[in-house]
Write a protein that binds this ligand. Structure first.
Ligand code: ADP
Length: 497
């Protein structure tokens, strides 16, 4: 039942909010101890007061018990002799005083369980056999606090050790005093104490409530500031990096956000740069075509040969434009997050042979020798079109950027996990400071030279994307004027993401 109510309460409270959690936490941590403290203090007071009162009355009763014995009260309670009557009156007066003092009743019971004295005067002469009295005769001191009716009941043995002193035997219990005292005064004090504690507690709860409200607002403020700052950036009011240094945690969140924003800006910049580059690259052949066409139009009688020559130039510019667009499309396809790879198990040696066969005529034109060294037969799970692109681009570059009478060496090897495809050449090499950029779109070491030999600057960008799509790696080493070597490493078994 309580669990159910608790669950309902939790569902009602917006406890997923940090502010609500802090509020509830402070409330619980503040109020529970104050309630427990009040209970603790009042309970402790009651226990100690009852204990003190019991032991004070017990002491008085012991003294009285000694008086009873020394005056032979129990033996002579009926005697009419003047001396006994006198001493009895003294003791009775002491009893009266005691019972008045503690608002109680004292009964003296002799060994025949007869009540010889009752300060209330109602039970004298009666027989009193109760469990407490019997147990007291057996030597047990009993005290019992009845909280409900507000009294303490206790029994005190009346010991006679006069014989024991002479004979050395244990003292005998001659009678029992059955006493009950009121605890009304303790209850009254407790009530006052409780009332004061309650007032104090109410004040404390109010203070804790106020503190909980203030702290829950103040402590969560930096988080709101983070949200505000992020919203400002999102709305475009600010493109500065944000800073909320209030907590270590907010610093971490803000740092992570700033890094994210930084990455997004870099991405944005590179996208803009890419668009600018694309436009520029596409415009160049257009401009050439326009110049060619304009000059044809400007002349009145153009000889047929010149026409043909100009038209051939225009066609080659169109081819170039076409090549750029085709490569751009290939790159865009490669950039898509989820690429449609058509993975098949393929004989890589055969594929390399086919590609080299296709490229050898171009090599022959430059008098470049192409050598293929296959260390072992390789069968791997790859996308045939993309692997063809990789191999084709690397070997074509090795031929394109070679010197006349140079060589290109292609080595295919494998271990139990990867196959490697290495393309080395005796070409012009790549300057060290360009090595880091060759995979960038439209990057060319020597723009005019590259254009001359039909380069778009997209080949290596496509190659790298295709290698990464296979979860492989590509590395390059080069010495300017001596040659370049590309090493591609691809897993034999395709690992899907
Ligand atoms: P491109 O279409 O211009 O060849 P790539 O992306 O294939 O573009 O290559 C980028 C640049 O890297 C090239 O312009 C060239 O300067 C350089 N490069 C690539 N491969 C080689 C190589 N084997 N030897 C020397 N330079 C190379």
């Amino acid at each position: 039942m309580i669990a159910k109510i608790w669950k309902r309460l939790l569902a009602m409270l917006p406890l997923r909010s940090l502010r609500a959690r802090i509020f509830v936490l402070i409330l619980v941590v503040g109020i529970v101890p104050s309630v427990l403290m009040r209970y603790g203090i009042v309970e402790n007071y009651e226990e100690r007061s009852v204990e003190q009162r019991t032991s004070a009355v017990q002491n008085q009763l012991m003294i009285l018990a000694n008086h009873l014995i020394s005056n032979n009260y129990l033996d002579n309670y009926r005697s009419q002799e003047q001396t006994y009557r006198n001493s009895r009156e003294v003791i009775d007066a002491e009893l009266e005083l005691l019972s008045n003092l503690y608002e109680g009743r004292v009964m003296i019971i002799n060994s025949n369980f007869k009540v010889v004295q009752d300060t209330y005067g109602i039970s004298e002469g009666k027989t009193m056999i109760s469990e407490e009295v019997i147990r007291c005769f057996q030597g047990e001191n009993i005290s019992h606090y009845d909280q409900e009716h507000g009294y303490i009941e206790m029994t005190t043995p009346i010991m006679d050790n006069r014989m024991a002193v002479q004979t050395g035997e244990s003292s005998t219990i001659r009678g029992v005093m059955l006493t009950s005292i009121s605890t009304d005064s303790i209850a009254a004090t407790m009530e006052v104490l409780n009332r004061k504690a309650l007032i104090l507690e109410a004040l404390m709860i109010m203070a804790i409530f106020a503190l909980a409200i203030i702290l829950s607002i103040v402590l969560t403020k930096p988080l709101n500031r983070v949200t505000e700052a992020i919203n400002e950036v999102q709305a475009g009011y600010s493109d500065e990096s944000i800073s909320v240094p209030d907590y270590v945690e907010t610093v971490h969140i803000v740092d992570a956000f700033n890094q994210l924003i930084g990455r997004m800006r870099v991405l944005d910049d590179s996208r803009q740069e890419f668009v600018a580059n694309v436009s520029h690259e596409l415009k160049t052949p257009m401009a050439s075509m326009k110049v060619l066409a304009d000059s044809l139009m400007a002349q009145g009688d153009v000889p047929a040969e010149l026409y043909r020559e100009f038209m051939e130039d225009i066609v080659s510019e169109i081819d170039r434009e076409n090549q750029i667009i085709t490569e751009l499309l290939a790159l865009v396809k490669m950039d898509k997050k989820v690429q449609d790879l058509n993975i098949v198990s393929l004989n890589i040696n055969d594929l390399a042979e086919i590609i080299l066969k296709r490229l050898r005529p171009i090599a022959r034109k430059k008098d470049v020798e192409v050598v293929f060294e296959s260390i072992r037969p390789v069968i791997a799970e790859v996308d045939e079109v993309k692997l063809t692109l990789i191999m084709n681009n690397l070997v074509e570059n090795a031929i394109k950027y070679n010197k006349d009478h140079g060589w290109v060496k292609v080595v295919l090897d494998a271990d139990h996990q990867f196959f490697t495809f290495q393309v080395s050449d005796s070409g012009i090499g790549i300057p060290e400071d360009s090595l880091a950029h060759i995979y960038e779109r439209f990057y060319r070491v020597d723009k005019s030279h590259s254009r001359e030999i039909g380069g778009t600057g997209l080949g290596l960008a496509i190659t790298k994307s295709a290698v990464l799509a296979h979860r492989g790696s590509i590395t390059v080493t080069s010495t300017e004027g001596e040659g370049t070597s590309f090493l591609v490493k691809i897993p034999l078994i395709y690992i899907a993401q």
